[in-house]
Design a protein around this ligand. Structure first.
Ligand code: APR
Ligand code: PHB
Length: 398
């Protein structure tokens, strides 16, 4: 078998890349370790920047998102029981975000791929990448007890944090930057109306909480918990009781509780790999970088990697130029570090750090007090939250 671009991983990055390439007439095969149902069972964040919704439109998969997604023009920060609205629209000159679950984005991309008859090989075992430092890369895998090989022009490593692509790069050719946070997020999904029309990020003395949503009848809540906590220790009742303690009076009175549909604990990590290109293999999305979920930048950063990568491949085939490929890593990393910085900063600002002492919490409160009462401070939060434009800073650089 042969293809132009072999994509490893059918998460949102791999599927979006496949769709953008297909639109431009570039062939791709996707190899995925799991089943399609398994991929769809993963619950992740659900706030899309306009750069991301524009890309989904360009890929031809935006229709349901526009019908069912919820445009949000602001969100709330609650500090010590007091709410402050971040007016995204007013502070950014008209920008907003779209609340639409990542699972739904993935489903729309899968459906589009299926109806276009494009090849995705699910349940592919022992995927291995070969010869990516030559002009003739290959990928091997096993399925139903048989071995297969696909030769290609390029390998796109869209295989997430635990994937095979990054792991196959010689250690001397790669630098990894990592910070692991001393707590996790316990998330609960329920078919209950959200406590508020907008998202609420809560800094309380008992720890961070987030009130998010998937629709007008489905809510997603999170609690900061110690890393040592196990999800089995948290009954639904215990979750709701703790959430109440972190909310204000209005939140407590409006909160509608119900049985959980899903409950899980996720660790928080900042992680970046440099570079993102290794000969004819490229990393995109979680394969190359992870952000803590505060601010929901993960999918948005993945989507812009994929835009840069699809542009580079399309230029290679249509215009016979390698310029996009040569600049991929640098272009992506500049944007990634900005997203990483915001996610790290917003995490520091909103969580309780028990080991950092009383002075750290005083500094944090002073910073919040400053930001939430300064036009410049509010604008800084808003412009990062809606996402920096794709060409941000390019003019200044030139
Ligand atoms: N072979 C084939 N597929 C693999 C392999 C492998 N060896 N290893 C991992 N995969 C698959 C995983 O099963 C998964 O379906 O690659 C896919 C990677 O998908 P994601 O982890 O969702 O990563 P990505 O598509 O980059 O999506 C980024 O996910 O975690 C969030 O915040 C993140 O929203 C962002 C988004
Ligand atoms: C979510 O809805 O899951 C979500 C929303 C915003 C975040 C993180 C997660 O910052």
């Amino acid at each position: 078998m042969r293809t132009q671009v072999l994509i490893v991983g059918a998460g949102p990055s791999g599927l979006l890349l496949g769709q953008l390439l297909h639109k431009a007439g570039v062939d791709a095969i996707i190899l995925e370790r799991q089943s399609a149902d398994y991929v769809l069972s993963r619950i992740r964040a659900g706030v899309l920047e306009q750069v991301c919704t524009d890309l989904l439109d360009a890929a031809g998969v935006g229709a349901r998102m526009h019908r069912e997604g919820l445009p949000h023009t602001g969100f709330e920060i609650m500090n010590n029981g007091k709410r402050h609205r971040i007016d995204l629209l007013g502070l950014t000159g008209g920008k907003s975000v779209m609340v639409y679950g990542q699972t739904e984005v993935t489903r729309d991309l899968m459906d589009a791929r299926k109806s276009a008859g494009l090849p995705t090989i699910y349940s592919a075992e022992n995927v291995a990448v070969h010869d990516f430092d030559t002009a003739k890369p290959r990928v091997t895998y096993e399925k139903d007890g048989q071995s297969f090989e696909i030769s290609c022009d390029f390998i796109a490593g869209c295989d997430g944090f635990h994937g095979v692509c990054r792991a196959s790069v010689p250690r001397k050719s790669i630098t990894e930057y990592e910070k692991v946070y001393p707590f996790g997020w316990l998330g609960l999904l329920s078919d209950t109306p959200p406590v508020c029309e907008e998202l609420i990020y809560v800094n309380s003395p008992r720890g961070f909480a987030l009130c998010s949503q998937r629709s007008q009848t489905r809510s997603r809540y999170y609690l900061q918990v110690p890393l040592s906590d196990k999800v089995e220790q948290w009954s639904d009742d215990a979750f709701w009781a703790e959430l109440r303690l972190r909310l204000d009076e209005e939140g407590r009175s409006k909160l509608v509780t119900g049985p959980s549909i899903e409950k899980s604990i996720a660790p928080l990590r900042s992680f970046v790999t440099e570079p993102l290109r290794f000969g004819r293999m490229f990393l995109a999305g979680d394969a190359g970088h992870i952000v803590p979920p505060t601010g929901a930048k993960g999918l948005n950063l993945a989507a812009t990697d994929v835009k840069y990568l699809s542009d580079a491949f399309i230029e290679f085939y249509q215009d016979k130029t390698e310029a996009g490929i040569d600049h991929y890593s640098e272009r992506c990393l500049r944007r990634i570090w900005r997203g990483e910085r915001f996610s790290w900063w917003f995490t520091q600002l909103m969580h309780t750090f028990p080991d950092e002492g009383a002075i750290a919490s005083k500094f944090q409160q002073a910073e919040l007090d400053y930001l939430l009462h300064s036009e410049a401070g509010l604008r800084t939060i808003a412009e990062n939250y809606v996402g920096l434009p794709l060409d941000f800073g390019t003019a200044a650089k030139n």
